[in-house]
Design a protein around this ligand. Sequence first.
Ligand SMILES: NC(=O)c1ccc[n+]([C@@H]2O[C@H](COP(=O)([O-])OP(=O)(O)OC[C@H]3O[C@@H](n4cnc5c(N)ncnc54)[C@H](OP(=O)(O)O)[C@@H]3O)[C@@H](O)[C@H]2O)c1
Length: 265
Amino acid sequence: MFMSGKRVLVTGASGGIGRAISLALAAAGAELLLVGRHRERLEAVLAELAGGTHRVVTADIATAEGRAAILAACEGMLDLLVNNAGVNDFALFADQAPERLAQQLEINLVAPILLTRQLLPLIQRRRGQIINVGSAFGQIGYPGFCAYSAGKFGLRGFSQALGRELSGSGVIVSYLAPRATHTEMNCAEVTAMNRELGTATDTPEAVAEALMQLVHRPRPELLMGRPERFFARVNAFLPGLVDRALYRQLPVIRRHALAAVQGRG
Ligand SMILES: NC(=O)c1ccc[n+]([C@@H]2O[C@H](COP(=O)([O-])OP(=O)(O)OC[C@H]3O[C@@H](n4cnc5c(N)ncnc54)[C@H](OP(=O)(O)O)[C@@H]3O)[C@@H](O)[C@H]2O)c1
């Protein structure tokens, strides 16, 4: 098993994608540290894992205490850090409370950067790998997801800059961008919008498979989905074309975003 004896930390391990990633890594022989804020949810994933050397770490990555608890649990050794924990809040920008905007940036961008800073010496010692889980919205700013897009654009920039800074050091930094995926992160309104717009949606297992490809053959970036890769390129070189395409989708996005806000009360 190619991950035998490797210590791996997965944040957001109790969520849809985190669980699938953890199962795949455990099946490859890795020794896992599962991080999330709710112990019961982590223990449910722990009970499903192959092998017996895995542990849960109940911690909020957005707090200094949480990150200190994670560092302590690593016991000086880490081969792979998967920054996967994330939140999103589907709403038009003007409808979002400032605290919710700040929270998304804290959890999706600031916390993974600070956690990486704290764990980097351990990863350097093992010439390990960091995989940051971004999103297709880290390349394509999408209406209804302003703060989420901002965080994921930032995470991609961080991954690229750190990867370049560490080139030649033996540490690899990778950015994995899933497209829409069936998990609890997407509220009913996002699911309904994706259906109406014909947006392709992956399973968490497909994301885990992509992550395992990055572990097998490390490289700086993996964007999931052929249409999403194409849109990302068009957005980089001819953003006006994407502006027009999204302008046509805007009434549908607005309707579902308003329903999401009303649903939350
Ligand atoms: N689902 C999609 O459509 C999609 C698409 C592209 C990218 N992604 C990205 O994939 C990653 C995983 O998302 P998912 O779909 O699996 O979401 P999910 O099912 O909602 O899981 C999110 C995970 O993050 C944890 N988490 C949230 N805030 C945390 C915090 N402050 N400290 C520690 N853990 C925290 C949650 O556990 P607790 O709540 O118990 O802490 C949970 O384990 C995210 O980075 C997301 O942006 C998702």
